[in-house]
Structure formats: C-alpha cells, structure tokens
Design a protein around this ligand. Structure first.
Ligand code: HEC
Ligand code: HEC
Ligand code: HEC
Length: 348
C-alpha cells in the first residue's frame, strides 16, 4: 500500500509537471513547489482528487493550512488497505463552527465564542447571501438557514467522494450505491420504513416490529462492500448479500445476542442459522459510526467490522443477487451513511 501510494504520488507529480506546460507558467510553478512540500496536500489528493479545486481546501492551502492541520497526519487512514481507518480528526456538524472559531483562525468579535455572520468583513454581503439561499439547497447538498454552519455556505468540502487507488490504472472503482440524497437505485420490500435525512438512510421497523428490506435494484456477483452505519440498541438489522427472489444468500447481522455469544458481523444463512459467529462484543461502537466490510467471492464470504477481521466462511447460495439493508424488531433505528461497492472481476 505504501509503495502504491508513492507510485500514485509520482504519477500526480508527473501530471503537475505536464500541467505546467499547459497553463500559465508562473502560477503552476508556484503550485508545484507547494505540492512538493512534505506537508503538502498531494498525499491526500491521491484518493480525494476532487478536493484539489474545492474552495475550502484551496483557500486554506493558499495560507499553508493543509489537510493535516485540520484532520491530523492521518497516517493510518492513508495506509489502510481496506480504507476503514478514519482520519485522526473529524468534525460532526455540531463541531464545525467551534473548530473554525479557533482564535488563531477565525476570531469571533466582541464576547462571542463562535465566529458569526456579523464577524465577517462584509456582513451585508453575508446577509444577502443568506436571504438568497435561505431554505434552499446549495450545490454542496446543504440547506442554508439562520443556524447554518460555515460549511453549509462555504465550499463543497463535505460531498467529495473519494476513490480507491488500485494497482493498475483500469482498476475498478468504489461506487456509492447510496447517493446521499434519495433512494434512487433502491427498492423497499416488506414493512419497514426507509427515509433519507441529512445524507443518511434512516430505517425503522414496521408496526409490531415487522421487518423489511431495502434492496439495490442492481444485482452483484463478486464484490467488495463497505457499509457505514449507526444503530440504536437493541436492534436486529443486517445486510443481505445476494438476494435472488425467494432464494436468499447469506446475511451479515447487526445485532446483539449475549446469551448465544454472537454479535454484529456474524453471518446468518437462512434456514441454517449462523455460519460465522463474531464472539467479540467490543468491536462495535454502540454510540458512533461503524463500518462493516465484506468480500464476496464465489462461495467465500469474508467479513470485517471496523477494520478487524471477523472471519471467512464458505456458504452455498445464489451466485449473484441484490444487496439489501434489513431491519426488524421493536423501536430500533438504523442509520446508514455509506454503501460503497466495488465489483470484482472473476479470477480465472
Ligand atoms: C488510500 C486512499 C486514501 C488516502 C491516501 C486518503 N484518504 Fe481520506 N478517505 C479515503 C476513503 C475511501 C474515505 C471514505 C471512507 C468513509 O466513507 O468512511 C476517506 C474519508 C476521509 C474523510 C472523511 C471520513 C468520515 O468518516 O467522514 C476525511 C476527513 C479524510 N478522508 C481525510 C483525509 C486526509 C486529511 C488525507 C491525507 C492526510 C486522506 N484522507 C488521505 C481514502 C483515502
Ligand atoms: C480548514 C480546515 C480543513 C482543511 C484544510 C481540510 N478539511 Fe476536510 N473537513 C473539515 C471540516 C470542518 C469538515 C466537516 C465538514 C462538514 O461536514 O460540514 C471536513 C470534512 C472532510 C471530509 C468528509 C466529508 C464527508 O462528507 O464526510 C473529507 C473527505 C475531508 N474533509 C477531506 C479533506 C482533505 C483530503 C483535505 C486536504 C486536501 C481537507 N479535508 C482539508 C476541515 C478541513
Ligand atoms: C450564511 C452563510 C455563511 C455562513 C454560515 C458563514 N459564512 Fe463566511 N462568508 C459568507 C459569504 C457570503 C462570504 C463572502 C462575503 C463577501 O462577499 O464579502 C463569506 C466570507 C468569508 C470569509 C472571507 C473574509 C470575510 O471575512 O469576509 C471568511 C474567512 C469566512 N467567510 C469564514 C467563515 C467561517 C469561519 C464561518 C463559520 C464560523 C463562516 N464563514 C460562516 C457566508 C457565510
């Protein structure tokens, strides 16, 4: 992975040199020296190429505020082959204003603890902007309101979809099966309710705990899957891997069965019970986001939860099918933020 990243860096360097011939020489020259700095942004652009031109990133880079300054060195994140280790520093919606209002960055005026609209150099322009966009969706997918945080109004930093760098140039990409806005490409069945709010799929069981599934319309054969979710506990939810009509392939469980000593990441096969059991209760973050990653290759199913491998199991079932988010039970809620799929080409 290390080597691979370096290769990509050289590639990016090559592209920059080429670009220097194409556009205004002096400007690009400055860009290039910026990129060569050890603390520059290039190592992050490898997987987050959209941020090269994004407003928040470029404005800050002009002042030598690099990705590292805000997100930490994030070495593990960069070298995580399964792409499941988070960067060192992340900011939820509630933390953004506070983080930007660091006195050495955007110092609030008066007694205020948080940099506000009135602290801008041109508050009238900011109010005009607010009126223009109020209640409407900006290109970054955020609605602007009186309570807006910096990143609602500034940039498109929040919607950049990273890609997966791979050994060769034609390698498959991760596809976001959930677009963050609506359920295009998905089809519900059963009794659960599925809504999209704040970039998340929110699943609730039907009346009397009746279950339901949100299926992809597309079918998949061999693939890598990464689902990032948050749950309220207790819950019984899961991910069907190859739903094909009445014949259903295995399901990865999101649940807690303390008596049976089986936890999230176990694999259930309909009619047969648990084919793979996760014995470790502590792998799941009950309050935060979790990522279940699965490699489905022929009959072989390999599962990781938050970067820790749970195991491998061989299961017979349909050779291809739909991927389905599943929920049942009483008053539980499942939030899904990412469903990333990378199709695998069959090894001959
Ligand atoms: C090897 C590829 C790779 C490199 C290099 C990389 N990232 Fe990422 N990054 C990803 C992927 C894939 C995701 C999406 C994972 C997810 O959605 O949880 C991501 C997500 C993120 C997120 C959002 C995480 C979240 O949960 O919201 C941040 C912030 C981030 N990267 C920062 C950085 C920074 C800063 C660097 C450079 C120091 C960097 N990344 C380098 C692949 C990479
Ligand atoms: C000035 C500080 C700052 C800099 C510089 C910065 N970020 Fe961020 N980043 C943030 C904040 C704040 C958020 C949360 C934004 C939000 O959700 O409103 C964020 C969010 C992200 C996300 C998550 C998007 C999502 O929807 O979950 C990614 C990916 C990311 N940053 C990558 C990078 C990379 C890569 C760089 C450098 C090229 C970078 N950031 C530079 C502050 C920064
Ligand atoms: C309601 C939308 C909105 C919010 C929220 C917002 N800004 Fe702005 N900001 C703007 C607009 C519009 C401008 C450009 C104003 C102009 O034309 O001069 C701007 C300009 C700026 C500038 C350029 C210099 C200046 O003072 O005008 C900085 C720096 C800045 N914002 C930082 C922030 C930070 C930090 C936050 C969060 C604490 C924030 N903004 C929140 C709309 C917003």
């Amino acid at each position: 992975m290390r080597l691979n990243n370096r290769t990509n860096l050289y590639l990016a360097g090559g592209i920059l040199v080429f670009a220097a011939f194409v556009c205004v020489f002096t400007v690009c020259f400055a860009d290039e020296s910026q990129a060569e700095k050890p603390g520059g942004n290039n190592k992050c652009y490898v997987c987050h190429p959209d941020l090269k031109t994004e407003e928040l990133t470029t404005n800050h880079l002009d002042m030598d505020v690099t990705c590292d300054e805000c997100h930490g060195l994030s070495t593990e994140h960069m070298h995580d082959e399964m792409l499941m280790t988070k960067p060192d520093l992340l900011f939820g919606r509630a933390e953004v204003n506070k983080m930007c209002s660091n006195p050495s960055c955007h110092k609030p005026g008066g007694e205020r603890s948080v940099y506000g609209r009135q602290d801008h150099r041109n508050p009238v322009a900011v109010e005009d902007f607010l009126e223009k966009w109020r209640g409407r969706m900006r290109p970054n997918g955020r609605a602007v309101s009186r309570d807006s945080i910096c990143t609602d109004c500034h940039g498109t930093h929040n919607i950049t979809k990273p890609i997966n760098p791979s050994e060769d140039e034609q390698a498959a990409e991760w596809i976001a099966a959930f677009n963050g806005r609506d359920l295009a490409g998905w089809q519900p069945s059963g009794n659960a309710s599925w809504t999209v709010k704040r970039g998340r799929i929110i699943a609730r069981p039907g009346a009397n705990g009746k279950g339901g599934v949100l299926w992809t319309k597309a079918e998949y054969e061999d693939y890598l899957l990464a689902v990032t979710f948050q749950a309220t506990w207790p819950i019984h939810a899961g991910i069907w891997l190859r739903g094909a009509g009445s014949e259903q392939g295995p399901r990865i469980e999101i649940f807690e069965k303390p008596k049976a000593i089986a936890f999230t990441g176990s694999v259930c096969v309909p009619g047969k019970g648990l084919a793979l059991v996760n014995l470790r209760k502590d792998l799941v973050d009950r309050e935060g986001w979790n990522t279940l990653s699965v490699k489905v290759e022929g009959d072989r199913i390999q599962v990781w939860l938050n970067g820790k491998e749970i195991g491998v199991v061989w299961v017979s079932g349909p050779a291809k099918g739909k991927i389905g988010l599943y929920i049942e039970g009483q008053s539980a809620e499942l939030h899904v933020r990412e469903v990333q799929i990378q199709q695998l080409t069959k090894a001959e």
